[in-house]
Design a protein around this ligand. Structure first.
Ligand SMILES: Nc1nc2c(ncn2[C@@H]2O[C@H](COP(=O)(O)OP(=O)(O)OP(=O)(O)O)[C@@H](O)[C@H]2O)c(=O)[nH]1
Length: 245
C-alpha cells in the first residue's frame, strides 16, 4: 500500500469510528427518553396523579390556619387552635386529581427566626407559602428573614417555589405594610405575591394554592430536564472516557 492509500485508509477508518460513536450515543439518548416515559406511565396508567406538599410559614397570628381551613373547607371560622398539623386534601383541577398535603406550622415562641424552619420541613416541602399580616410590620420582617433562611438552607431548597401572602386585606384602616412594599420585596426575592383576606373570600386563597401548584410543576419539570441532561452527559463521558483508555 502506498503512502497516499495509507492516508486515505486512516481517514476512512476514523470516519467510520466516528459514525459508530454517534450511533451509540443516539441509541443511549433514545433509551434515556423511553425510560422516563415508562416511569410517568407506571405511576398510574396514562395520567400520573400529582401530589404537592405545601408548607405554610410565617409569624404567629398572621392567619396561617385561617388560610389552610379556608382552602380545605371554604369557610372562615374565626378561631383556630394552636396545633401544628399536616392536612391532606384532594382537589380536581382541569380534570386531573391533585393531592395536596398542607403543613400548617406553628411559629415557635421565644425563638430566633433562624430556628423557625427545620431542615425536615424544607426537605418535605415541594412549595412554601410565607404568610404575613398587612397590619403587623414585625410579621413582614419575619417572612423577609424566612425567605433568606430558605435560600440559604442547601441547594435543593434554593429552588423551592415560594409564594408570599399578605393576609388580612380587609383590615385596611390598620394597614402597616403597603401593597407596593410587599410586591417589591417578593419581586426582589424571586417569589410570587398575593394580598388576600382569608376572612372575606375563598377565591383569593384558592388562587394562592393553584399558583403554587403551577410553580411546583414547573420546578419539577426543570429538575427532570436537568437530571436528563446530566444523565446524557455522564453517558457520553463514559463512552469517550473508555475509548480514550
Ligand atoms: N380580619 C381578619 N382576621 C383574620 C384573617 N385571617 C385570620 N384572622 C384572624 O387572625 C387570628 C389568627 O389567625 P390564625 O389562623 O390562628 O393565625 P396563625 O398564623 O395560624 O397563628 P398561630 O397558630 O399562632 O401560628 C384569628 O383570630 C383569625 O380569626 C383575615 O383575613 N382577616
Amino acid at each position: 500500500m502506498c503512502s497516499g492509500q495509507k492516508a486515505l485508509f486512516i481517514v476512512c477508518s476514523s470516519f467510520v469510528l466516528l459514525q459508530l460513536r454517534l450511533f451509540f450515543i443516539t441509541t443511549m439518548v433514545v433509551q434515556v427518553k423511553s425510560n422516563s416515559q415508562n416511569f410517568s406511565k407506571s405511576m398510574d396508567g396514562n395520567q400520573h396523579k400529582v401530589e404537592a406538599n405545601v408548607l405554610l410559614l410565617g409569624a404567629e397570628n398572621v392567619g396561617k390556619s385561617a388560610l389552610t381551613v379556608r382552602f380545605l373547607t371554604r369557610r372562615f371560622i374565626g378561631e383556630y387552635g394552636d396545633i401544628e398539623s399536616i392536612y391532606s386534601h384532594i382537589d380536581k383541577i382541569d380534570g386531573r386529581e391533585i393531592s395536596f398535603n398542607i403543613w400548617d406550622s406553628l411559629y415557635p415562641q421565644s425563638c430566633e427566626t433562624t430556628e423557625s424552619i427545620s431542615e425536615k420541613q424544607l426537605q418535605w416541602a415541594d412549595g412554601v407559602i410565607l404568610v404575613y399580616s398587612i397590619c403587623d410590620r414585625s410579621s413582614f420582617e419575619v417572612i423577609r428573614q424566612q425567605v433568606q433562611l430558605i435560600r440559604q438552607m442547601g441547594k435543593l431548597s434554593a429552588s423551592v417555589p415560594i409564594i408570599i401572602v399578605g393576609n388580612k386585606r380587609d383590615l385596611q384602616h390598620q394597614r402597616a405594610v403597603s401593597s407596593e412594599e410587599g410586591r417589591l420585596f417578593a419581586l426582589s426575592a424571586d417569589c410570587s405575591f398575593f394580598e388576600i383576606s382569608a376572612a372575606e373570600t375563598y377565591h383569593g386563597v384558592l388562587l394562592v394554592f393553584h399558583e403554587l401548584l403551577e410553580l411546583i410543576k414547573e420546578s419539577r419539570a426543570l429538575k427532570k430536564g436537568v437530571a436528563g441532561i446530566k444523565g446524557i452527559v455522564r453517558s457520553v463521558s463514559a463512552v469517550f472516557g473508555k475509548k480514550r483508555e
